[in-house]
Write a protein that binds this ligand. Structure first.
Ligand code: FES
Ligand code: FES
Length: 210
């Protein structure tokens, strides 16, 4: 069957599906050539065909039930920042390298650029905006402030969310544990020394309040 698209002017170069499985027949200047198909065929799908139509996604963020209308490809980080205007969750890489986008999903630290918003439907999400109690900083936030655990502050929300998760899992971790656990959170200002001190102090304070 000649189903093809004209690639070149003047009907001189046509391709069409046909011939043996895995091959493509090309008619070029009156000659039929049989060539292997590329290993991966490029198929263009509409968002609807790909199951990526707009959806209403119900989330619980910082204790509030919210709805986001987004397509199926929307990352949690974009839903938080662009749809809910919770811009304290930063995007440093979008490829799971830096940890600037760390939030808590059902109590566990998650890099929100690695998760689709639809995957978080029905989950309890905590962002840096939800950590303080009113005007009172969370003990980990206060420790970062007191120990100057930041320079430009870009990595800080992700560091703090990760630090709280570390303390939730380890109690009062030693310095080596904090360093190992913070491996996935990068500080471009390289202020790690004070960040580690802040996390250890924050862990002490969280322990005292428990
Ligand atoms: S923005 Fe998510 S890990 Fe860097
Ligand atoms: S304080 Fe600047 S990136 Fe960490």
């Amino acid at each position: 069957m000649r189903s093809a698209a004209t690639i070149d002017a003047g009907d001189a170069f046509l391709w069409h599906a046909g011939g043996r499985r895995g091959n493509i027949q090309i008619t070029w200047l009156g000659q039929v050539l049989c060539l292997p198909l590329p290993r991966r065929q490029c198929r263009i799908q509409t968002p609807k065909q790909a199951g990526m139509g707009m959806s209403r996604i119900e989330l619980r963020v910082n204790g509030r039930d919210v709805e986001v209308e987004a397509d199926g490809r929307t990352l949690l980080t974009h839903a938080l920042r662009d749809h809910l205007r919770l811009t304290g969750t930063h995007i440093g890489c979008d490829t799971s390298q830096c940890g600037a986008c760390t939030v808590h999903v059902d109590g566990k630290a998650v890099k929100s650029c690695t998760m689709l918003a639809v995957q978080a439907a029905g989950c309890d999400i905590l962002t840096i905006e939800g950590l303080a109690s009113g005007r009172e900083l969370h003990p980990m936030q206060a420790a970062f402030n007191d120990f100057h655990g930041l320079q430009c502050g870009f990595c800080t929300p992700g560091m703090i969310m990760m630090a709280v998760d570390i303390v939730n899992r380890h109690g009062r971790p030693d310095e080596a544990t904090v360093r190992a656990e913070l491996e996935g959170n990068l500080c471009r200002c390289t202020g790690y020394h004070n960040i580690i001190k802040a996390v250890c102090a924050g862990a002490e304070r969280m322990g005292e309040m428990a």
